[in-house]
Design a protein around this ligand. Structure first.
Ligand code: CU
Length: 331
């Protein structure tokens, strides 16, 4: 309504201002209806099916983030497309009209709206992104050897079900296999990543050779596995079931075959499994042949180490031995 008043109106026709406001309102109403419909659809229909699912707290958070970002982005996309289509339909050049559109200088309202609108969107994304990274202690990503946040769970050299102690799992990448080491169970190793449900887990991710990346997609965890580095990631599994672990960093010719599986089980089932593997590896002598648990390992000892372990029991690493120069090591 104030549009007519604000126009300096040196032009002979007052009509454009009126029709500008009319177009503005019409576009706003169409935009509002479409944006509202899109946001409701995204939130109530699409959200529960968004990746990576709800198998862990990190995965849940990521699903929530994707839904919120989709709800934030949809009105913007609809606004851009709507203006585009509206312009083509309503303001297209009529046949025979070869003239240019009138140049526009200095529209304070449009400029202010643009600057405030885009600043608000960018600030919202920055604040939301930061909060969502901090609240879940890194959102399932690798935090380096000394994370800046300390999760509520206690770190201890032992683990018992039902306590607030984090289960520690060392994830060891090598060409081209993942091995999981459990320091709270005598440093025993497994090629299946067993985890207890509703338990805080601290992953210590490292590599024996080249760069790899530990990616448990359904857990919402992805952390670089670099030789000589102890990369830390946190997660709390929330539902029992199976998941896959893949390497997500091109690491050589069999990179694509570098995957194995994980299993989230009840806390008591996990404890039974872990103590079982520990005593089995104790009996066979595998634990004695493995190097003492450390946050990183010296890669030059690995071929020899593989030989020892294979000689003892023939069972460590995904393929039954560690690889090294001139290897695989075979018994
Ligand atoms: Cu790899």
């Amino acid at each position: 309504m104030s549009a007519t008043a604000e126009t300096p109106a040196p032009a002979p026709a007052p009509a454009p201002a009126d029709s500008d406001a009319r177009h503005g309102w019409r576009m706003f109403i169409i935009w509002f209806v479409l944006a509202l419909a899109a946001c409701l659809l995204i939130w109530f229909v699409w959200y529960p099916h968004l990746p990576p699912g709800r198998m862990s707290d990190a995965a849940k958070h990521q699903q929530f983030d994707i839904a919120v970002l989709a709800v934030s982005g949809a009105p913007v996309v609809i606004g851009v497309l709507l203006y585009f289509i509206y312009s083509i339909v309503v303001w297209r050049a009529r046949p025979g009209d070869d003239s240019d559109g009138p140049p526009i200088y200095g529209n304070t309202k449009v400029q202010a709206t643009w600057i405030i609108g885009t600043s608000a969107i960018v600030l919202w994304l920055a604040v939301f992104g930061t909060v969502e990274l901090v609240i879940p202690y890194g959102a399932g990503a690798g935090e380096g050897p000394s994370p800046i946040w300390t999760p509520a769970a206690k770190q201890s050299s032992t683990w018992t079900p039902g306590t607030n102690t984090a289960l520690q799992v060392q994830v060891i990448g090598q060409q081209w296999v993942w091995t999981y080491r459990y320091p709270q169970f005598g440093g025993m190793e497994s090629t299946v990543l067993y985890l207890p449900v509703d338990t805080p887990v601290t992953f210590h991710v490292t590599s024996l050779d080249v760069i790899h990346s530990f990616w448990a997609y359904k857990l919402g965890v992805k952390a670089d596995a670099n030789p000589g580095v102890d990369n830390v990631a946190y997660v709390t599994p929330k539902a029992e079931g199976g998941f896959e672990v893949r390497c997500n960093e091109l690491c050589g010719i069999w990179h694509g075959a570098m995957f194995n599986s994980g299993q989230i089980v009840s806390q008591s089932a996990f404890e039974a499994w872990a103590t079982g593997v520990q005593s089995q590896e104790q009996t066979t002598g595998v634990l004695a042949a493995l190097p003492p648990y450390a946050l990183v390992y010296d890669p030059t000892v690995i071929p020899q180490l593989g030989k020892n372990v294979v000689n003892v029991a023939g069972i460590t690493g995904g393929a039954g031995y560690y690889y090294g120069p001139g290897n695989p090591v075979t018994p």
